[in-house]
Design a protein around this ligand. Structure first.
Ligand code: 1GP
Length: 247
């Protein structure tokens, strides 16, 4: 194994209170902004990049990941929509199971297909439970994964899934409202999860302001992910997020 990115993420959380992660979708929609976003992230105190998406609309995903890795001075972590997005440019990957859903392909099927490829590439897999919440925007991931999101008002359902993930040995839980969500995962859910579950919580989807990010850190999020706000508003706002998330 080449790296211990998981431990370095835990160190960041312990040292800064929480980590800030920027999601870059290596899709054609971001082709002209990749280097600018990576350079800005390097300079804004972003702790790591997640790279991936639910749907790629051309064949150049791998080339864009190579560009991201070449420009980045921080860890580049795969956040894959499927094994077709794997390559050897990553420092680590979220090895995810969609534990909020009941679609066997995204619970274990894709993982079995990906595992030998991951071993061959020698990428560090970070076992992660992916929990999709209903962010009110009919997310791409909901459609592509054929899964039903958890209602935003059901902390009990969220906690039960989180505990199950912990008892299965997962190392992180990703609370996801879906990219471009109208509603981010609410602080009540994050707070209930943080009280009941020991796994570090990654929270993303629909977080559009540094204040919203800070509230979620205060509720118990260990890592905050933003994607769309950076795509839509340019890189300048990254520093504001970074300052709000780091305690
Ligand atoms: C999506 O959580 C990420 O997987 C980021 O969501 O694009 O809404 O910031 P946004």
């Amino acid at each position: 194994m080449k790296s211990d990115i998981y431990q370095s993420l835990l160190n960041i959380r312990d040292q800064k209170g929480a980590g800030y992660i920027v999601l870059i979708d290596p899709d054609q929609k971001n082709d002209s902004t990749i280097e600018a976003h990576v350079t800005a992230a390097n300079e804004a105190g972003v702790d790591a990049l997640f790279v991936g998406g639910s749907l790629m609309m051309d064949s150049k995903c791998h080339e864009r990941v190579a560009r991201i890795k070449a420009a980045s001075t921080i860890p580049v972590i795969s956040f894959p929509g499927g094994l077709n997005q794997l390559n050897n440019y990553y420092d680590a990957m979220l090895f995810m199971s969609v534990i909020s859903g009941r679609n066997p392909h995204y619970l274990i099927g894709e993982q079995v297909l990906a595992a030998p490829v991951i071993k061959d590439l020698d990428i560090e897999p970070i076992p992660t439970g992916y929990m999709l919440f209903d962010g009110g925007a009919n997310s791409t991931v909901e459609f592509m994964s054929h899964t039903k999101p958890i209602p935003m008002n059901r902390s009990d359902i969220a906690v039960a899934h989180g505990l199950a993930g912990q008892y299965l040995g997962l190392k992180m839980l990703y609370l996801e409202a879906g990219s471009g969500a109208k509603t981010a995962v609410p602080v009540q859910i994050i707070s209930a999860m943080a009280k009941a579950v020991e796994c570090p919580l990654i929270v993303g989807g629909g977080i559009r302001s540094p204040e919203a990010a800070q509230e979620r850190v205060e509720a118990g999020a260990s890592f905050i992910v933003t994607g769309t706000i950076i795509e839509n508003n340019g890189s300048a706002i990254m520093k504001e997020f970074s300052d709000a998330i780091h305690q």
